[in-house]
Every structure is written in C-alpha cells, then in structure tokens.
Design a protein around this ligand. Structure first.
Ligand SMILES: [Zn+2]
Length: 434
C-alpha cells in the first residue's frame, strides 16, 4: 500500500518503529538482523493488535503507520522495504502455540504449534463484457480446494479457501483491515474448513477491459524446528534421494530451480485449473498467476497485469475493431502528479493521429524509475505485435477529461488527447472503458 500524503504528527511509537526499521536495515549480520527483527515484529504486532479493537483504534494505527512509512518512502530507503516487509509478514502469517490448538483430538498432536499463512492465487482476465467477481459456487470451491491440495500444498497441510472471487477493490484496503481479514481466514485454516465470507457490494462499478481477480486462502502446517513445510516444492526439494542428487551433480538430469514449481508441475496445475476457471470467468481470456504469500502474490499480479493489459488492448482492437497489431503504433509518455506516477500508452492507427485506445502502466510502490521501464513497455508492446513505438521524453501532468473523467493520452506530436472511437464503430457501453 502506498502511503498517502497526509502527515499526522509523529508519536513516540512511530519514532521507535522508524529507528528499528533503520537499525534492521543497517545491520550487517544475520545475528544482528534477528535482534532487530524480533523487536520490530513485536512492535508491529502490538500495534496491529491494538488496531483490531475498534474503528477508532484502527484509524489511529493506520495513521501511525502512515507517519512512519511516509518519510522512509520519501527517502526511497531500504528501511522502507524492511518495515513494509515486516508489517506484511505480521499480517499474513502467524504462529499458534500448541496450547491454542482448536481441537487437539481432531487437529493434530498437542505438542505441535502451528504456522498459518495467508496466500493468494491471482488471475489476470480480460473481456469485452464485465469480468465476473463474487460468490464461488460450492462445487467449484470444492474443486479448487482439491486442486490446491493436489498441486500446490505439501501433504497434510490444512486449508481454508474463501468462497469469493475478489476484484482488487474488494480486497482489504488498509493494513488493519488486511490483518482482521487474515485472522479470520487463518483461524478457519486451523480447522481445515473453507470460509464463507460476505463482501460489501462495492459502489465502484468502473469497468475495465482487463483486470485481476483473486482466490484467497490460508494454509496451516505443524511448526517444525527444521522449518515449516507448506508447499509441494519444499517437499520435493527435501525428498530428493541420493541417486537423484548424484544425477543432478553429474548433469544427467537437469536441476530445477528449488523453491519454484517445476515446469511440468506448473503446466499440470495450470491445465487442471482451466476448466473451473473458465466456469468462473465465462467469456473471458484469463491467465493464472503463481500462488504466493498474499502480499507477494498481489505485487506480482500488479506487475504482470501491466503487459497483460497491453495484450488485452491489442487483442481487443484486433478482434472487435479489426485493427491488426501491425496496423497500430504506440506512443508512450510518463505522467506524474504528486503520488500518481504512471506511463500512458496510446494505440494509434498508422497513418492517422487518432488515439483509438489507451493503456495505463502504473509505477508500483517503491518502484524506482531508472529508465528501464520504457524498455519493459516497449518489449511488452513488441510482444503484443506492435512494432513501432514512439517514446516521448517529457513528463506530462496527470490529466483527465473534464466531461467524462477518462484519462487523456499522448499523441505522436506530444499533445494530450481524448480517446476517439472510429465513427462507424458503435461499441455501446465499451465507450466508457477507458
Ligand atoms: Zn471525455
């Protein structure tokens, strides 16, 4: 979450957090890291616990975190990443002592404390129709549970899968809200039962051509002194026998990246998910993203959604308006205003000045623009079949249309213009998909 620009005054607690984050960042050894990490984690956990009490506490805690993160973010210091990493980890993972086991007889030996982790399975989708979200029918929920157990989770890992397909605006929007939500799902994971949750129907009905959706779950495994076994790939790396290790050393068989699904396992998982995902997302093109811990999954999906939205726009223009990718060229410029920092990409018919479609490529929190971003954007456009790309060097102020609020896009002459549909194409509601 990017800190807002509001600047509440610093409290002693905020200063303590800043000091600990800076100390953790300055540390030069794993031993010293651990020292600061324990203290920082304790502070953050206390703060989050206080925030969960009521709405006023939640607001106070959110303000404190903003106060702390803002100056660190401005410095783009590594201490910012250290603190955000700690906050996210405190939200998405928790160790439950053995004495707190929900039902010892049913849920495992008494001497074992348990680790729980909130995970997300992002899906990128695009469609000319509204992309579905909301309740997942029970048979599909059961199918996804089975698939996660077969392809992703280590044996005997307990699971709670939320019965909702979330859109980004339906996910918790503050740290405290995320912590409350995570607690609920992690509690259910300890009981190995799926979770029925209610989502307030959002007033945000903005439709996008492409968007992300999320399956959210929590997993629970016995804590082990040698490390907790959560995912199948951990189990596989651990389970290699001597003959296999020997064969890898002699390069008889190829070493696969540890900590990652093997290409074969990945394609089996993706293939198995196709049918249930198609049932959840009818009339959509979609791409399953890697299963990760909640915050890492969201960040990875935000990254992947940028080239995905370029692909979606090019495919949309091709299939619906019959403009082949090589009939288009792109103009790319950076737009900036306070906290907002993004590239806007115009798709223009060759031989004309009309911007027929625009795509926004946001810079993500703590992502520094070192000039390589335009290389990534050009590569994504090229991969989508748009070979001619014009990069404008000046930075434009963020601008929206006064009438309809749509983002404005740069044309090849460096003017900022409105998207225009070709006159003979009546796309009805698609007109408002900016
Ligand atoms: Zn307008």
């Amino acid at each position: 979450m990017k800190p807002s620009r509001a600047k509440p005054k610093q409290t002693a607690q905020a200063l303590r957090l800043i000091e600990l984050a800076q100390a953790l960042n300055e540390s030069s050894s794993r031993l010293e890291d651990d020292f600061w990490d324990v203290r920082l984690t304790t502070e953050v956990n206390q703060l989050l616990a206080f925030g969960k009490k009521d709405a006023n506490s939640a607001q106070a805690v959110e303000n404190t975190l903003t106060t702390v993160l803002e100056p660190l973010y401005q410095d783009t210091s590594m201490a910012y990443s250290a603190l955000v990493g700690t906050i996210e980890s405190c939200i998405e993972s928790k160790t439950w002592p053995a004495s707190m086991a929900p039902d010892v007889a049913k849920h495992g030996p008494k001497d074992s404390s348990q680790d729980t982790l909130l995970i997300a399975i992002p899906i990128l989708a695009w469609s000319r129709f509204p992309i579905p979200r909301g309740g997942i029918p029970l048979p599909l929920l059961k199918e996804f549970r089975q698939l996660l157990q077969t392809h992703i989770l280590a044996s005997n890992v307990k699971l709670s899968l939320c019965n909702q397909l979330f859109s980004p605006d339906q996910l918790p929007q503050t740290y405290v809200a995320a912590a409350l939500f995570a607690d609920q799902v992690m509690q259910a994971a300890r009981l190995d039962s799926d979770l029925a949750i209610k989502i307030k129907e959002s007033s945000d009905n903005t439709r996008f051509l492409s968007d992300s959706r999320y399956l959210i779950a929590a997993i629970c495994a016995p804590k082990n002194t040698a490390g907790t076994l959560l995912f199948r790939w951990q189990e596989e790396a651990d389970g290699k026998d001597a003959a296999e290790k020997e064969a890898i050393a002699k390069e008889v068989i190829k070493q696969e990246t540890p900590g990652k699904m093997s290409p074969a396992a990945l394609s089996a998982w993706v293939e198995a998910c196709k049918k249930p995902l198609a049932a959840l997302l009818p009339a959509c093109a979609f791409e399953l993203q890697p299963v990760k811990a909640y915050h890492a999954a969201l960040l990875a999906a935000d990254r992947a959604s940028r080239p995905w939205s370029i692909n979606a726009a090019v495919a949309f223009l091709h299939t619906l308006l019959n403009h082949a990718p090589d009939a288009l060229f792109a103009v790319v410029a950076r737009f900036q205003d306070g906290d907002e920092d993004e590239y806007r990409i115009s798709l223009i018919l060759r031989g004309s000045r009309t911007v027929v479609y625009g795509v926004i490529w946001p810079l993500l929190p703590s992502e520094e623009e070192s000039g390589s971003m335009t290389t990534d954007i050009t590569a994504a456009l090229n991969a989508a079949g748009v070979s001619k790309v014009v990069l404008l060097d000046r930075i434009f102020p963020i601008e929206y249309c006064d009438d309809c609020g749509a983002a404005l896009y740069p044309d090849a002459e460096g003017e900022v213009v409105h998207i225009e549909w070709p006159e003979d194409q009546d796309q009805g509601s698609m007109r408002h998909l900016h």
